[in-house]
Design a protein around this ligand. Structure first.
Ligand SMILES: Cc1ncc(COP(=O)(O)O)c(C=O)c1O
Length: 403
């Protein structure tokens, strides 16, 4: 059996999405900018896809949604434009973000620091979440932008973005949120939360890879990302990725139209898996309380078991999981989110992320429960560190405690 539990890294493109995209490769392949029928016949399809995206996040006609190639691009664009528009002109010199953002934010911030920008990386609490009062305390009159993710990719923890947005608006500071792990998993309503900018990505909700978006409140100014043929209102020139846009439109509609029902089913499977693992494997814990996590995610720590070793064993059973951000999974570094929430170095190497999707079945969950335990037993039997730490006869299992 093969079981894919790495849906926070990427998802299967839904068959219905592929079906809607296909005609735009070999039949309706015209350039939407061309004046002939080959080009113009794509217009209603593109408009429909963009409408679907607006509807899914509740954007209104004054807002703008620019299609990009991925959320990494959207994140880079916002940070670098704010640097260009506000900081280089000398008005402001400070950006606030968190210690647990995706590398596409953190690496861009490191680069901005090299350009002389002051960046504050906010600490998180023991559940891996930044609290609004902490954000407030670090905003100064030099702060140009606050960038805080909507949900964390490794723990699934949901951040209080509505409160943070409100604080930013009161202080006259721009607010960006990376909603890559939120869209399609929890309700994302830009009128309710009111971010100035929001990044998201199609391949995380069963759309194609290579298509992302940046939501821009009230179509406010931002340095164009690509200069050229004036596509995307001149904000990001370049021939449109028509199949990708069509695919993103279909995928976001499918992911959001029955969100509550679909996610209730995912949550039930996730909880069953989590309960079973915590019950049958001693000395394990999961990070963050379930009701504040995206419904599909578990970050589980198994004392004495190196995350990477566990991944290999799971892989032998046909189970795909992760030790954290896919972009960083080739180096054997400790899980940065676990370090940020106070885990010691040894413990931070034991995290395994299991992320389900709406396609995960009950049979797959049964299979994972059975083989996860076998892998842990084998690895613990050869682990010198587990023999040393094994503290409590019968072991200890719990949700979210790291002290
Ligand atoms: C929270 C978060 N932000 C950004 C990204 C980057 O998305 P993309 O692959 O579209 O560049 C990811 C992907 O793992 C993510 O989880």
């Amino acid at each position: 059996m093969k079981v894919y539990l790495d849906n926070n890294a990427t998802t299967m493109t839904a068959p219905e999405v592929v079906e809607e995209m296909l005609p735009f490769f070999s039949q309706m392949y015209g350039n939407p900018n061309s004046l002939h029928k080959f080009g113009t016949q794509t217009h209603p399809h593109i408009s429909k896809a963009i409408d679907r995206i607006y509807t899914a996040i509740n954007a209104n006609d004054n807002d703008d949604v620019v299609i990009t190639s991925c959320a990494t691009e959207s994140n880079n664009w916002v940070l670098k434009s704010v640097y260009n528009d506000k900081i280089k002109k000398g008005e402001k010199n400070h950006i606030v973000t968190t210690e647990v953002e995706h590398p596409s934010i953190l690496s861009t911030c490191k680069w901005l620091e090299e350009q002389g920008v002051k960046v504050t990386y906010l600490p998180v609490n023991e559940e891996g979440v930044v609290e609004p009062h902490v954000v407030k305390s670090f905003i100064t009159d030099k702060t140009a932008l606050v960038s805080v993710m909507w949900a964390n990719n490794e723990t699934g923890m949901i951040f209080p973005v509505k409160e943070i947005a409100q604080i930013c608006h009161e202080k006259g500071v721009l607010f960006h949120t990376d909603a890559v792990q939120a869209v399609g998993k929890i309700p994302v309503d830009v009128q309710n939360v009111r971010p100035d900018f929001m990044s998201f990505s199609a391949h995380k909700f069963h759309g194609p890879k290579g298509v992302g978006a940046l939501y821009i409140r009230d179509s406010q100014a931002l340095t164009p990302l690509l200069h050229g043929g004036e596509q995307m209102g001149g904000r990001r020139s370049g021939t449109l990725n028509v199949p990708g846009i069509i695919g993103m439109g279909k995928a976001i509609e499918m992911a959001t139209e029955h969100l509550e029902e679909t996610m209730a089913k995912v949550r039930a499977k996730r909880d069953r898996l989590e309960d079973a693992l915590l019950e049958i494997i001693p000395d394990t814990f999961t990070v963050g309380s379930r009701d504040r996590r995206t419904p599909n995610t578990i970050l589980i720590s198994i004392r004495g078991v190196e995350g990477e070793g566990m991944l290999w064993d799971l892989n032998r059973y046909g189970i795909g999981a992760s030790t954290g951000s896919a972009c960083a999974s080739e180096d054997l570094e400790a899980n940065t989110v676990m370090l940020a929430i106070g885990a010691d170095h040894e413990l931070a190497h034991t995290g395994i992320r299991l992320s389900l999707s709406r396609y995960t079945t009950d049979e797959e969950i049964d299979y994972v429960i059975e083989h996860f335990k076998q892998a842990v037993d084998r690895l613990r039997a050869i682990s010198s560190s587990y023999a040393k730490v094994q503290p409590t006869p019968g072991g200890e299992t719990k949700e979210c405690e790291l002290h």
